[in-house]
Design a protein around this ligand. Structure first.
Ligand code: BDR
Ligand code: CA
Length: 312
């Protein structure tokens, strides 16, 4: 039986690859729905991009919902400087024709978690945690029904990308992140410490392109586009595939390693808004609330991803 998941996302090229990897893996993952949130680009674009990506994969039956258009308590910060004006700059892809669902993403989350057997649905947030936190706030009774949350966000050794102290997804809506990290739901965190090891080097990009299908070429073009930012900033070898690490973790947790630690979200710091204060060394005495991933077998990750994208 495939594991039931809901992907909460703000596509974003790396979100797109994460979605494609999930849609390419129906034996292991059943995507109940995709919920869009404002993040890399505004909501009107993230929900559209989610539909573009499903159509690229030929999976037009996946229900897609629009969610929150701004963080709980702050103005929206976006990342066009990384992802381009559309959020999916790189390939030229047709406007989607598949519909956006009428229901709000938060209502879909709550209704699905109440309907499905307790513990059977895993949430996979790939953007700011606004939708998930809003669902937990409006219907706290869903918390014990969530099987787990596997999210991309935060950093410990790499500290920050959007500020010196904070990773983008957590920085955009730290109040939402705080609600999620205090929810008691089993959480797995895939931080920058891991995703900065999942780099699309030139041979890896060539391998996507060489798949010869539409998806392989589009993924190569997406990573061609958004590698510019990280190459210039970090001098890295290519684009970091942040969000696909979440999907890969669901498929092959053996490729990853981490520690069960306490993670607190900084919501008040003058310079440290959105910092994930991960007690990697166990010095705080605070109870562990998350599995914080620290390492990935990058070769294994890219072998898995390339193999799966070939199936679309
Ligand atoms: C995260 O921020 C976004 O720009 C990416 O899509 C990823 O989810 C990395 O910090
Ligand atoms: Ca994202």
């Amino acid at each position: 039986m495939p594991r039931k998941i809901i992907i909460d996302t703000d596509p974003g090229q790396d979100d797109a690859v994460a979605i494609l990897l999930a849609l390419a893996s129906p034996d292991e993952l059943q995507v109940l729905g995709i919920t869009a949130v404002a993040g890399n680009v505004p909501l009107a674009l993230t929900q559209k991009n989610a539909r573009i990506v499903c159509e690229l994969a030929g999976k037009v039956d996946v229900p897609i919902f629009a969610g929150c258009d701004r963080p709980l308590a702050r103005d929206l910060v976006t990342a066009e400087h990384v992802h381009g004006k559309t959020g999916l700059d790189g390939p030229t892809l047709p406007d989607p024709v598949m519909p956006l669902q009428e229901a709000h993403a938060v209502d879909f989350l709550i209704e699905t978690l109440k309907r499905e057997p307790a513990g059977s649905v895993t949430l996979c947030p790939l953007g700011p945690l606004t939708n998930i936190a809003t669902a937990l706030k409006s219907a706290p009774e869903i918390a014990p029904r969530i099987g787990g949350i596997v999210l991309m966000g935060g950093a410990y050794f790499q500290v920050g990308n959007i500020t010196p102290a904070a990773e983008f997804n957590i920085y955009v809506d730290p109040e939402a992140a705080e609600i999620v990290f205090k929810s008691g739901v089993p959480i797995t965190v895939i931080p920058l410490d891991v995703t900065h090891k999942a780099l699309v080097t030139r041979p890896r990009n060539d391998a996507f392109r060489a798949l010869g299908n539409r998806v392989g070429v589009a993924v190569a073009q997406m990573t061609d586009f958004f590698e510019r930012f990280d190459k210039a900033k970090y001098g890295s070898l290519g684009a970091p595939l942040h969000d696909p690490c979440v999907t890969a973790y669901l498929l092959r947790p053996d490729l990853f390693s981490g520690r069960h630690v306490n993670v607190e979200i900084e919501t008040e710091g003058r310079f440290t808004r959105g910092m994930t204060v991960a007690d990697w060394w166990g010095v705080s005495g605070r109870a562990p609330n998350a599995t914080f991933i620290g390492d990935v077998d990058a070769e294994g990750f890219f072998a898995l991803l390339t193999d799966r994208l070939a199936r679309l």
